[in-house]
Design a protein around this ligand. Structure first.
Ligand code: HSE
Length: 401
């Protein structure tokens, strides 16, 4: 029998207990051993809930119990999750985590500690909720040099953008629905400002590079400025708006960003809607590949955590090799990133002034009075910012068009 302890009985923690209970025989069969939830750690009490009998409030009970082999850290946040994880690994316990903040900040260090103690630090659920992406990157897609990873990595914002696009609903109403469904972070700013997607693209990029990509270095723009007008322009262009986490690997340099983009209907991520996430990867031998599934929510995320528990049982006594080390990556200058921009300007800007700034552009008509909108040619971020200074720009959106 393998005893596990679940740290945190919130949305994901209760999901982990439910997944193990619901699929107990299959999970045990896959692991080759019986998996038993010995403890649940939470500050709160849960009278009437079956976990009340195994609930503890003191982490030392778990840490000092030699019968606990695997710690499931689904608390979120850096503290005390960092100390708890570190001490569990140092005590020779494998840790399975959904905590993207912690993985993005301390992943390389915790992987190193796990290796030193011949245990594992596993975090399939930290990116893409229920979608297998960490394990494929570590273990399956090992023959390629990657040229690009582009993902819809946040379920909450994808849900919001989808509802705004399909129903014309306003931002605040849809955010509230996403929170009720358990998709959003406790502080939804992390979702809507792109911070959550930023941590996730930092994790994926670190795993690909084998070095630390600091999320603080990644240009990050959220969706709070997207209005019905941007949606209308996206529709006029035959496209849609998606919040993308993107890393481009070019000539030995990595360019990473999080930003809303207009994408066309030929883009592989065009049909990734609602709470679903999609991760598109291009490898130099493999070509294009896509990962798709539910990127947020209690049971999909818990399913990924439990898959790590099963993997941990199968690899007891063995450290699963990963290449992510602590050495830091210096990202390429975001000013050199190139794309076409959709630009909305005040109607007072003449076509001559627009031509003087951006040359020949493609005008876009979405039936909105009092402004002009156009698509630039492919230009760099730095060049765009210089040229845009000569006009009264209402808003600009990057595109993959
Ligand atoms: N708030 C996150 C999301 C949860 O919406 O994607 C899953 O990481």
């Amino acid at each position: 029998m393998i005893n596990i302890a679940v740290l945190g009985y919130g949305t994901v923690g209760s999901g982990v207990v439910e997944v193990i209970k619901t699929n107990q025989s299959n999970v045990n069969k896959r692991a080759g051993k019986e998996i038993n939830v010995k403890y649940v750690l939470d500050l709160r009490d849960f009278p009437g809930d079956p976990v009340q009998d195994i609930l503890v409030h003191d982490y030392n009970i778990i840490l000092n119990d030699p019968e606990v082999d695997i710690v499931v850290e689904v608390m979120g946040g850096l503290n005390p999750a960092y100390q708890f994880t570190k001490s569990a690994l140092e005590a020779g316990k494998t840790v399975a985590s959904s905590n993207k903040e912690l993985v993005a900040s301390h992943g390389a260090e915790l992987l190193k500690i796990a290796k030193e103690h011949n245990v594992n630090y596993l975090f399939e659920a930290s990116v893409g909720g229920g979608i297998p992406i960490i394990r494929p990157l570590n273990q399956s897609l090992t023959a390629d040099e990657f040229t690009e990873i582009t993902g819809i990595l946040n379920g909450t914002t994808n849900y919001i953008l989808t509802k705004m696009f399909d129903e014309g609903s306003d931002f605040d109403t849809v955010l509230k629905r996403a929170q009720e469904k358990g998709y959003a972070e406790r502080n939804p700013e992390a979702d809507v400002e792109g911070y959550d997607a930023c941590r996730k693209i930092a994790i994926l990029t670190s795993l690909v590079c084998g070095k630390q990509v600091d999320f603080e270095d990644i240009y990050t723009e959220g969706i709070t400025k997207i209005t019905g007008a941007e949606i209308k322009y996206a529709k006029a262009l035959g496209g849609t708006i998606k919040l993308l986490g993107k890393s481009i690997f070019k000539d030995g340099t990595v360019y990473s960003m999080v930003s809303p983009f207009i994408i066309g209907d030929e883009h592989p991520l065009f049909n990734v809607s609602g709470v679903f996430n999609g991760i598109f990867i291009n490898g130099n031998m493999l070509g294009d590949t896509m990962f798709y599934g539910k990127g947020a929510g209690k049971l999909p995320t818990a399913s990924a955590v439990v898959s790590d528990v099963v993997d941990a049982v199968k690899h007891q006594g063995t450290n699963i090799m990963t290449i992510w080390e602590e050495e830091k990556v210096t990202l390429g200058d975001f000013n050199n990133f190139e794309c076409r921009y959709l630009v909305r300007v005040k109607d007072t800007n003449t076509e001559e002034a627009i031509k003087a700034a951006f040359g020949d552009v493609d005008y876009v008509d979405a039936g909105i009075d009092g402004e002009k909108a156009f698509l630039t040619n492919v230009i760099s971020e730095g060049s765009f910012n210089e040229k845009a200074k000569t006009l009264d720009v209402i808003y600009r959106l990057r595109t993959t068009l």
